[in-house]
Design a protein around this ligand. Structure first.
Ligand code: MG
Length: 358
């Protein structure tokens, strides 16, 4: 995607003298409230489990870094990739996927809740930065990329001329997101002693990474072994995706961005690596995300969000004034969901104790 070919913004703005459209998008995202709050939102592990593991913010930066590496090597638009990556998780509620599931349940008769759709609401309605209009007024391509994430059915069917796939830049961020969490969740899980490195090696991808490290170094401490294995995990995935994708993308050299997305190809791992990743993700799901220590946190977080949701429905006067103004537009239920979704884990906990102590 060439920056000069952008379809522009909903509210037309003059070009910036030295920043391209996607650089401006990146800056708007970076300076938004929702982005800063990612620092206080958990990825998989809560703040009371220590301060080593990833938060939603550091996850986002790791995705941006890996996505830019892919973009540089594949000669894609790095500015667009960076904007998309910094934006991709901005709609996450407190307490990770547990929080998302709870809000989705609360809102089931009011359109449900998904963090991917919430990112669009934040960018188009909730953030207030400009006097003339609501929202960040991001470029069409950034919003469209996020819409693809919000509507996964669109991104999974084979791409055709009538139903093009996502832009290559969107595909690169998607691939980077999955590589990033596979590697850092493995790292965090071992560091937090939810699983051992030995158990993790039931998975072929990890086994290969450990073997690669051991070929190069002997006598590593457990700590250095774990860190080296994480590097190797990222490296193997990035190399795999690059080799697989570059072979196809050379055939797209002379195509426009529109033509390239009509090809039935997705930037991603080759089949064997994809299977190893699925296997690792199954392992993480069963042994880490469902670990009793995490289940306890999930259960408590979901009870808290449900109690707060019901509490605000009963006492809407507790909503901040700018959210009260949204009630006539989207209804009390969705407004409450949007307000809860914007909270950091700690802010949510504090308000729960303040207004709705059990
Ligand atoms: Mg993510």
């Amino acid at each position: 995607m060439f920056s000069r070919d952008t379809r522009g913004r909903k509210h037309p703005e003059a070009e910036h003298p030295y920043r391209g459209p996607y650089q401006r998008d990146r800056d708007r995202i970076l300076h938004s409230h929702a982005f800063r709050r990612l620092a206080g939102k958990m990825q998989v592990f809560t703040g009371d489990m220590g301060d080593y593991h990833r938060t939603r913010l550091t996850h986002t930066h790791e995705v941006a870094s890996i996505a830019r590496t892919l973009g540089r090597a594949l000669q894609l638009n790095e500015d667009l990739i960076e904007a998309l990556a910094l934006f991709h998780d901005i709609g996450h509620p407190p307490y990770g996927h547990a929080g998302e599931d709870a809000l989705n349940e609360c809102l089931q008769d009011h359109g449900g809740f998904s963090h991917n759709r919430n990112a669009l609401v934040i960018a188009e309605e909730l953030e207030v930065r400009y006097p003339g209009f609501a929202g960040l007024n991001l470029s069409h391509e950034v919003l469209e990329g996020q819409r693809t994430r919000a509507n996964k059915t669109q991104s999974y069917g084979p791409a055709t001329e009538a139903h093009p796939g996502p832009l290559l830049e969107v595909q690169a961020v998607e691939a980077a997101d999955s590589m990033t969490y596979d590697a850092h969740d493995s790292d965090d899980a071992v560091k937090l002693e939810l699983v051992t490195m030995g158990e993790l090696q039931e998975n072929a991808l990890v086994r290969d990474a450990v073997a690669a490290v051991r070929r190069e170094f002997t006598g590593l401490s457990d700590d250095l072994l774990r860190k080296s294995v994480v590097h190797a995990l990222v490296d193997r995935q990035v190399s795999g995706v690059l080799e697989h994708s570059a072979a196809h993308l050379v055939t797209c050299r002379n195509l426009s961005a529109t033509e390239a997305r009509q090809r039935d190809f997705r930037i991603g791992p080759p089949p064997e690596l994809a299977e190893q990743k699925r296997e690792l993700e199954r392992f993480l799901y069963e042994r880490v995300y469902r670990h009793p220590r995490l289940v306890a946190v999930r259960t408590q977080a979901q009870q808290r969000l449900r109690a707060m949701y019901d509490g605000y429905l009963r006492r809407p006067e507790l909503l901040p004034p700018h959210f009260q103004k949204r009630v006539p537009l989207v209804g009390l239920e969705r407004t409450t969901g949007e307000y809860l979704a914007g909270m950091t884990d700690r802010f949510c906990e504090g308000l729960y104790q303040k207004h709705f102590p059990s």
